[in-house]
Ligand binder design. Structure first.
Ligand code: MG
Length: 241
């Protein structure tokens, strides 16, 4: 294994920025980890409705959102949905923001990013900060619009969703495609995150103690239209403005 691959593997298990950020979310602001929408996978997202509502582009996480863990090829069943997404927004307005491919620290020569771009046909953003750290500067520069006009899609509450909410994206959480092949630590952390977010979400619905999460472009009753197909999913942010 190359040194860069080894560092990436360790880094995925031990995300120091992530640990600090998670502690802040747990202590201070639970709402940052709660997505606007939750779906089994990207096939359940209504891309045309998002476009119609005024969103300009979509940013995907990679591992367990578009690809199986550590794979650089699209999980085949997602291909039609990704193609619909690209058709709605245009190839240049769909991109990947990954904590592996395209991250300068773990992919310094952009080899993984280029391979992924060839495989799935969308741009992989090169960036310095590992989610959830960092602002949306590189993304906004790429898309030419504020992050509030973009959708962030990912499978981790404390990285993808926190990063997206903190920077003003509409956030969509997807269930992981497969936990097979994921390190035990990641699986345990994922379970811990889900348990916390489920608990906090119930509080949102029951007593409204958390900050309201409606996105600037949407009023909450419109969120239901963003699901593609019939899926009785809990709408975590379904509070009126
Ligand atoms: Mg992921």
């Amino acid at each position: 294994m190359l040194w860069a691959d080894l560092r990436a593997a360790i880094g995925q298990r031990l995300n120091c920025e992530g640990i600090i950020s998670s502690a802040k979310v747990i202590v201070k602001d639970h709402s940052l980890a709660i997505p606007h929408l939750s779906v089994p996978d990207i096939r359940w997202i209504n891309w045309s409705e998002l476009r119609r509502r005024g969103f300009h582009g979509v940013v995907f996480d990679k591992d367990n959102t578009l690809t199986l863990p550590y794979s650089l090829t699209l999980w085949p069943p997602l291909k039609p949905s990704l193609e619909r997404c690209k058709a709605e927004f245009g190839d240049d307005n769909v991109a990947v923001l990954s904590n592996t491919a395209g991250l300068f620290e773990f992919d310094p020569d952009g080899l993984k990013a280029r391979q992924l771009e060839r495989e799935i046909g969308i741009k992989v953003i090169r960036h310095k900060a590992k989610k959830p750290a960092g602002n949306a500067e590189e993304i906004e520069k790429h898309f030419g619009c504020p992050a509030s006009m973009l959708v962030m899609v990912g499978d981790r509450h404390f990285t993808d969703v926190v990063y997206g909410n903190r920077n003003g994206f509409l956030t969509v959480w997807t269930q992981p495609l497969s936990v097979k092949g994921e390190p035990v630590v990641v699986r345990l952390v994922r379970r811990f995150e889900s348990a916390l977010v489920n608990r906090w979400s119930k509080k949102v619905n029951a007593v409204g103690r958390l900050k309201k999460l409606c996105h600037a472009i949407l009023i909450c009753e419109h969120l239901a239209n963003l699901y593609d197909g019939v899926y009785d999913v809990k709408m975590y942010a379904a509070l009126p403005l």
